[in-house]
Design a protein around this ligand. Structure first.
Ligand code: ADP
Length: 495
């Protein structure tokens, strides 16, 4: 009884009612507008200089590279013009020494070399003929413009973007540390090394992964509906959407194509409501924030994305384990007992280690609706070294895990719903479908995550069940491949 009662008490703290959903949407819209007007706001609302989205008819062969962390990926993408594409790629680990090289040149020369190797391996025809032509060149650069590959560069580090293919590195993260590169244009750094190797490649676009997701979805989604929003729900969360340039009140530096009247905005919504005006905090949200590397920042992300959900569950469960009268994960017959405890948790269990619970186990918990909950009980043993958990233990774990995920899904609906409302498309009878592309393990693998989002969208004022039925959320794969290629194509049209 005590266990069931305590579980209910914990679960109730993650309650996110319909009223909460609406309060949050209102605040989200206000913070979106603030970000369009000023710098230094919660939602940064970064102009991306991408002024159009594809509709599936785009054609041609493009290159894309992705420098995100441990690996460097080079791909070529053949856009077939009928919403389909063929992608070829090479992936190479970045040598540790280059991540902390003395000069940016060392790293970028390595990247350019990988592009050369890729072209020689997969596009030898075009590459070799280019080399031959150069030898007898009459044109100034030794090659004709139509033979130059346009390349989209996905660079997942903080940059100040100043144009569609121009962005200054603000700082390195994820173990990279090359001070020489700070403040420099990363597209220029790559282009210089490409030029040193005389490759027929132009760095046409600097790509953020959410924008890539939006592009990939817009190209591949059937029915020729341009997508409105690309959202990532993986390790982190963020979204990019199409905004009317007239609504972007803060100055946009540099040049861009004004003909469409639109620009893709990278919201950086992970930082929604860092001041906690509307976001509420359970004791476990507070502990998580305090133990994080950036207390007080990314407060929305810390309640929504895969990196954090498991830790919230872990903190709540550990608090229950510590309460003697609750009797969670107790086993009087356990061989791990000592005089003082009757725990069924093995001493080396990662449940007691910060970040020790991967949110993937939450998917197992959500998927198991059988009376005996054997899948969860097995998974608790396999991944957390919790020996022979009882049905009551598994029920408690599942209830907490489900509650944390449900709150995350409803918060995700807040972001998606606010963007849909901001677009003005929900009530517009001329807008049949409002298409949203999403990517990330959470939305892809967590059972019913999208259903929970739809359920919350339907209670939002100004959307309702009818509006929610117009919103179509679909998986968009490979934003840093096909998405980046599409941005390179759009950029090339603007040259
Ligand atoms: P990234 O966002 O880094 O590109 P992913 O989209 O794969 O990568 O997201 C990884 C995150 O998703 C990790 O935090 C991981 O714990 C979480 N995750 C992985 N699989 C699942 C799953 N089945 N259910 C819920 N979360 C998951």
């Amino acid at each position: 009884m005590a266990l069931a009662g305590e579980t209910k008490r914990v679960v109730s703290q993650f309650e996110f009612s319909d009223v909460h959903v609406n309060e949050h949407v209102e605040e989200f819209l206000a913070q979106m507008k603030e970000g369009l007007e000023n710098d230094g706001t919660n939602l940064s609302q970064i102009p991306t200089y991408v002024t159009g989205v594809p509709n599936g008819t785009e054609k041609g062969l493009y290159l894309a590279v992705d420098l995100g962390g441990t690996n460097f990926r080079v791909c070529s993408i053949m856009l077939n013009g009928d919403t389909t594409f063929n992608l070829t790629y090479n992936k190479v680990a970045i040598p540790k020494a280059l991540m902390i090289a003395k000069t940016a040149k060392e790293l970028f020369a390595f990247l350019a070399k990988q592009i050369e190797l890729f072209l020689r391996e997969h596009h030898a025809d075009r590459f070799e003929s280019h080399v031959r032509r150069r030898a007898t060149a009459s044109t100034p650069m030794g090659y004709r413009d139509e033979h130059i590959f346009r390349l989209g560069f996905t660079f997942s580090f903080p940059v100040k973007q100043l144009g569609i293919n121009k962005g200054h590195l603000i700082r390195w993260t994820k173990g990279f540390d090359i001070p020489d590169a700070i403040g420099k244009d990363v597209c220029r750094l790559l282009q210089d090394e490409i030029d040193d190797l005389s490759l027929p490649v132009k760095v046409a676009a600097l790509v953020n992964d959410t924008v890539g997701t939006l592009m990939a979805r817009s190209y591949t989604s059937t029915g020729k509906h341009r997508s409105l929003l690309g959202g990532i729900f993986g390790t982190g969360t963020n979204g990019a959407y199409i905004e009317k340039t007239a609504n972007i009140k803060k100055p946009i530096q540099g040049e861009y194509d004004t003909s469409t009247g639109e620009m893709v905005i990278n919201t950086e919504w992970g930082s929604f409501d860092n001041q906690l005006k509307v976001l509420s905090s359970t004791p476990w949200d507070k502990t998580l924030d305090a133990e994080s590397v950036n207390p007080g920042f990314q407060m929305f992300e810390k309640r929504v994305s895969g990196m954090f959900l498991g830790e919230i569950v872990r903190l709540a469960v550990v608090d229950m384990i510590k309460k003697d009268d609750i009797a969670l994960f107790r086993d009087v017959n356990s061989s791990f007992n000592d005089r003082h405890t009757t725990t069924s948790i093995r001493p080396n269990s990662s449940i007691f280690k910060t970040w020790g619970l991967d949110s993937a186990i939450m998917s197992v918990a959500a998927a198991d609706n059988t009376p005996e909950l054997w899948s969860i009980r097995q998974e608790l043993e396999n991944s957390l070294d919790i020996y022979a958990p009882s049905l009551e233990d598994a029920q408690a774990f599942k209830a907490i895990s489900d509650a944390v995920a449900r709150r995350a899904a409803r918060l995700s609906a807040v972001a998606i719903g606010a963007v849909a409302l901001q677009s003005g498309k929900v009530g517009d009878p001329n807008e049949g479908v409002i298409d949203v592309g999403v990517d990330g393990s959470l939305v892809e693998h967590y059972p019913f995550f999208r259903d929970m989002i739809y359920e919350a969208l339907a209670v939002i004022k100004g959307i309702g069940p009818e509006g929610a039925a117009k919103i179509r959320i679909g998986i968009a794969k490979d934003g840093s491949g096909v998405g980046a290629a599409l941005i390179a194509l759009i950029a090339a049209r603007q040259e």
